[in-house]
Design a protein around this ligand. Sequence first.
Ligand code: GTP
Ligand code: MG
Length: 201
Amino acid sequence: MKITSAEFVMSNSDVAKCPKGKLPEYAFIGRSNVGKSSLINMLMQRKNLAKTSGRPGKTQLINHFLINKAWHLVDLPGYGYARVSKSSKKVFQKFITQYFQKRQQLVLAFVLVDCRHEPQKVDLEFLQWMGENQIPFSIIFTKADKLKPGAIKRNIEAYEQKLLETWEETPQHFITSASDYTGREELLGYIGSLNDEMNAL
Ligand code: GTP
Ligand code: MG
């Protein structure tokens, strides 16, 4: 898919105030600092479309971006950030939970995990919750520039083995790097094919 336009639409913390209409939507979710906002910028080839930071907890709201005037990308806050206070964690969890449970336009969520790490409890619990709520997702292994291909392969295999302890099959996955553009074509191609399927309905 060729990107012809990418524009920021709005930020908010209430799913009811998200853009109306029927455009297909894809959300990026995952631990704080995993690289959600960076990946959006990489896909759109724009440096500062989504705000990024070396410090976790940068993205605090539901951010909608309109792509090619035809679909939405959504940048969400990260979960599992220890230094956020308990009360703000609760508020955050509530609006993210509601976003996933109520957002009719959501076609698929991309759950990002850092390819360097072993499966983390907070991610596995989140995936479980997505499954229980029947929200379709794919996994994106981020920061592939930080490891050699062999190590990435080993880590992904270990990840899938872990998932197979509770899931019958493993979800579709992608390997990306916001630094060297790894995975860009595959990811945009996949979104394009899902958009085609949605339009054919
Ligand atoms: P929150 O908004 O806090 O939840 O974080 P986020 O998931 O949006 O992460 P963000 O994109 O802000 O990136 C966090 C840090 O990781 C930044 O310092 C990025 O430069 C770095 N980073 C993101 N993606 C990559 C990548 O593919 N490779 C490398 N080497 N660094 C990355
Ligand atoms: Mg972010």
